[in-house]
Design a protein around this ligand. Structure first.
Ligand code: SF4
Length: 234
């Protein structure tokens, strides 16, 4: 009884809303999936257990912040802090901390034991995100702190600001914005369909029928609507 009610709570709270601007978490992500979010294409629902895992990630952040707020050698300058307002991207860093000598942007990530065990360097998508935080906060160093969800072990990597990488990510998003405005569905990611993003993508089905290359959104939208109509009438 409770299982069904709890699942329903999570599933009902899931909103399929249109995206209007980029988030830092979009950095380096599949441009096509972001395009579909901007166009509010109907997507596969996320399962209730996955939504609970997102909530669990929030608790892990709180757990990490608790000692940081109590350690004398570290000063938490700000937590849950939005990047400065500008036109293209919004996002919120977990914290900015100070060692007394220098500032760091802190980004906390959690993962299961298997991924954690094999982690010898930061994940590329996490590097992309922290580069944007470093860029917009104008702070030259960051820390990616990884938490093993199963046993609470930690790993950390200090990251230096890489101007070239940050600008390339911003240019990628600016290019995608042009495609969104002009109605051009971007290519699939290079590693399709084995790329990790494809495995968890809510637009897998739609992407499969779109083909691999750039296509016009106005033509493809008609195909999607026709497909949805057919599904409803079956
Ligand atoms: S299935 Fe892969 S290539 Fe297609 S939209 Fe999703 S992430 Fe992008």
């Amino acid at each position: 009884m409770l299982k069904e009610l709890i699942d329903k709570f999570y599933l009902d709270g899931q909103k399929s809303k249109e995206q209007h601007h980029f988030y830092v978490t979009d950095a380096g992500r599949c441009p096509r999936s972001i395009f579909f979010k901007f166009k509010n294409v109907s997507r596969e629902a996320i399962e209730a257990n996955v939504l609970r895992m997102f909530d669990h990630g929030d608790y892990i952040h709180q757990m990490i912040m608790k000692p940081l707020l109590g350690i004398r050698d570290i000063h938490v300058v700000a937590s849950e802090i939005n990047i400065p307002a500008q036109e293209i991207i919004s996002g919120r860093a977990d914290a900015i901390i100070s060692s007394g000598k220098e500032l760091f942007v802190l980004d906390i990530k959690s993962m299961n034991s298997i991924i954690f065990k094999n982690l010898t360097e930061p994940k590329p998508e996490n590097l992309d995100q922290i580069q944007l935080y470093l860029h917009y906060f104008k702070i030259p160093k960051g820390i990616l702190l990884y938490v093993n969800k199963d046993n609470q072990h930690l790993k950390e990597f200090v990251v230096q600001y890489d101007k070239k990488r940050a600008y390339s990510l911003i240019e990628g998003l600016e290019d995608l914005k042009i495609k969104i405005d002009k109605g051009i569905v971007p290519n699939r990611v290079v590693g399709y369909p084995r790329d990790w993003q494809c495995r968890y993508c809510q637009f897998k089905d739609i992407c499969a029928i779109a083909g691999g290359e750039n296509i016009k959104w106005s033509d493809f939208k008609d195909r999607i609507e026709l497909r949805e109509e057919n599904i409803r009438t079956v």
